[in-house]
Design a binder for this molecule. Structure first.
Ligand SMILES: *[C@@H]1O[C@H](CO)[C@@H](O)[C@H](O)[C@H]1NC(C)=O
Ligand SMILES: *[C@@H]1O[C@H](CO)[C@@H](O)[C@H](O)[C@H]1NC(C)=O
Ligand SMILES: *[C@@H]1O[C@H](CO)[C@@H](O)[C@H](O)[C@H]1NC(C)=O
Ligand SMILES: *[C@@H]1O[C@H](CO)[C@@H](O)[C@H](O)[C@H]1NC(C)=O
Ligand SMILES: *[C@@H]1O[C@H](CO)[C@@H](O)[C@H](O)[C@H]1NC(C)=O
Ligand SMILES: *[C@@H]1O[C@H](CO)[C@@H](O)[C@H](O)[C@H]1NC(C)=O
Ligand SMILES: *[C@@H]1O[C@H](CO)[C@@H](O)[C@H](O)[C@H]1NC(C)=O
Ligand SMILES: *[C@@H]1O[C@H](CO)[C@@H](O)[C@H](O)[C@H]1NC(C)=O
Ligand SMILES: [Zn+2]
Length: 516
């Protein structure tokens, strides 16, 4: 009897879930995002040298190296296949798959050539097609998918690259004719998978700070103009829009003052996002290999979130050579969305514990987290994501600590993050323009000195992507922070001795934050 009730309840819940969270008519559906495979055909799991991307070397200790990959190296074929198989096992019949680019390993341009780039991408394309023969797959190019790396051509007149991606890399097996025609112009396309939804796939590598082919242009491959037109059309057709691209706008959360786009492109891109924010219900990116997100605000009201950009982590575990960035566990992401409103209801992040997989000789993919359960999010809307950011400030609830662990796909299980690290994350998440980001960082460091929150002259160095913020200023800000902290300690001590309570200012809470 009891058992029957349990089963009935289970069926009811399962059925209720199928109806959608709002109880609306069966509108909840699923799709996958997978990003940054970085397949390295030269990974040698028996004789690879981890200091040389696990390419053939003198090292013979295969137990140390790992058959599924190594945190110092890009993905071996076994990991690529394992990730795709895990997608198939967890959810075999998604509405579609968003594949957000970067198939090529992080090796020197001299160690590869254009022909090998095309073939490497074809290898990944074929395997994905083979694993999901009947599923629509929407691919976008990553900055490593070009040759030389980052040099994405802006026009068919200078390269037949885009045509080769379709033919030699077999993307013609993924895209319908109409999309192929658009794609040849500059690696972008737009398509409606079903009534009411439009997917716009962009080639944001054209805007990269590292792309020297496009750094002098106004609208590379006419993509801005095309995007604006597509969004106008979507509005007229009453469609909700998913934007899909490899490189996100804004700045990297792991490195101080590290923008991805040239500043003028970043501005134009954000302008378009703001202009059409009411119909863009979600945006999906890769590139960073970390798990993060961005909030876009109304141009008239910096308090009003109007857009949310989701940054999926990678399949490759490779530890970036950028200082302080670190490695990550391989990951895949399953989204649940409302067919009618185009709103993302939740996502589940799955991952492979690479250390455990190599020890076991067996890849067991697990759920890492679920936005409903682990972030308490009802849906992935700008409004709800703003709540998530707000909850980061409350160290008692551990939400920021969770975000930090998820940021490396649980590769770092007790990440340390002091007040400047905290602010670096907050400012990257909420400020997508370099100037606003710099003010955000400066403002947090000198709260008592409003005049110094104006940080002029960020316009001169936007074409160098690197961190050229003078180093000594960190010490100056650090010293000021310590002095303020000591003053508060003294005041606190004095007040305590008078049996009075002192409420510390908000930022002071993080003076001692160390997540572990
Ligand atoms: C790995 O390196 C060893 C030693 O040089 C070589 O014999 C072997 O064929 C390589 N394996 C692969 C898969 O390349
Ligand atoms: C291989 O690595 C294992 C695990 O780190 C270690 O215990 C062993 O001594 C190493 N063997 C050799 C030959 O270096
Ligand atoms: C990649 O493609 C090339 C050319 O078709 C083929 O020789 C090679 O075996 C493929 N590699 C994998 C891992 O599928
Ligand atoms: C794909 O579709 C074909 C033709 O409809 C069918 O025969 C095949 O079983 C399907 N494959 C999978 C994996 O669903
Ligand atoms: C900002 O305000 C101006 C003037 O008040 C208005 O024309 C414009 O539409 C507003 N922009 C947004 C994004 O609300
Ligand atoms: C991954 O596996 C290793 C080895 O079993 C273990 O020490 C580590 O805690 C695991 N990490 C997570 C996030 O479970
Ligand atoms: C790997 O895991 C699967 C499923 O858990 C299990 O059936 C299989 O025996 C395992 N293989 C090895 C070599 O441990
Ligand atoms: C925070 O940690 C970083 C890296 O460990 C360090 O460079 C920086 O000085 C620290 N900042 C503060 C305010 O403690
Ligand atoms: Zn990448």
């Amino acid at each position: 009897m009891m058992k029957d009730i349990v089963i009935l309840t289970f069926c009811f819940c399962a059925f209720g879930r199928g109806l959608g969270v709002d109880g609306a008519r069966g509108t909840t559906r699923f799709f996958w995002q997978v990003s940054d495979f970085h397949f390295d055909a030269s990974y040698n799991s028996s004789h690879g040298d981890p200091t040389k991307m696990c390419h053939e070397g003198s090292v013979t200790n295969s137990t140390q190296l790992g058959i599924f990959g190594n945190y110092l190296c890009d993905a071996p074929w076994k990991l690529i296949v394992s990730a795709m198989q895990a997608m198939k096992d967890f959810y075999p019949d998604p509405d579609f798959i968003l594949w957000t680019g970067d198939s090529i390993p992080h090796i020197k341009d001299t160690d590869i050539n254009l022909e090998k780039v095309y073939i490497n991408i074809a290898n990944v394309t074929d395997e994905l097609r083979k694993t999901f023969p009947n599923t629509t797959i929407y691919p976008v190019l990553g900055n490593h998918d070009s040759y030389p790396s980052n040099e994405m051509p802006y026009d068919i007149s200078i390269s037949d690259y885009y045509r080769h991606i379709l033919t030699t890399s077999h993307w013609d097996s993924l895209l319908v004719d109409d999309c192929q025609k658009q794609f040849q112009k500059g690696g972008y396309f737009s398509i409606s998978p079903h009534v009411g939804l439009r997917i716009i796939a962009l080639n944001t590598n054209l805007y990269s700070t590292l792309n020297t082919l496009t750094d002098h242009l106004v609208d590379p491959a006419d993509q801005f103009q095309w995007l604006d037109g597509q969004l106008d059309d979507a509005r007229k057709s009453k469609e909700n829009v998913f934007l899909v691209a490899h490189i996100p706008p804004g700045l990297f959360e792991k490195i101080p003052n590290f923008p991805w786009f040239h500043e003028d492109y970043n501005k134009r891109y954000l302008d378009l996002l703001q202009k059409h924010a009411d119909i863009i219900t979600a945006q999906f990116y890769g590139h960073e290999h970390t798990d993060s997100f961005r909030l876009l605000y109304d141009s008239n009201s910096t308090e009003k979130p109007i857009g949310c950009l989701l940054l999926s982590p990678s399949v490759t575990p490779w530890m970036s050579t950028l200082p302080g960035v670190g490695a990550n566990n391989p990951s895949i992401r399953l989204f649940e969305y409302d067919l009618e409103t185009g709103i993302i209801k939740r996502y589940q992040q799955f991952y492979l514990n690479l250390t455990a997989a190599n020890i076991d000789g067996n890849a067991t993919w697990l759920q890492e987290y679920d936005t409903k359960e682990d972030y308490a999010l009802d849906s992935i809307t700008p409004h709800d994501m703003q709540h998530l950011v707000d909850s980061f400030y409350n160290i008692k609830n551990n939400i920021f600590q969770r975000y930090l662990i998820f940021n490396s796909v649980s590769q770092e299980t007790s990440p340390a993050c002091n007040s400047s690290c905290f602010q670096q994350n907050i400012c990257a998440i909420t400020k997508l323009a370099v100037g606003e980001y710099e003010s955000c960082i400066a403002g947090s460091k000198t709260t008592n000195n409003p005049s110094s929150t104006q940080n002029p002259d960020f316009t001169t160095k936007h074409h160098e992507h690197d961190n050229d913020f003078p180093k000594f200023l960190y010490y100056v800000f650090g010293a000021i922070a310590i002095i303020i902290f000591v003053i508060f300690l003294i005041i606190g001590f004095l007040c305590r001795s008078r049996r009075q309570k002192v409420v510390p200012p908000r930022y002071a809470k993080f003076g001692s934050l160390s997540v572990n």
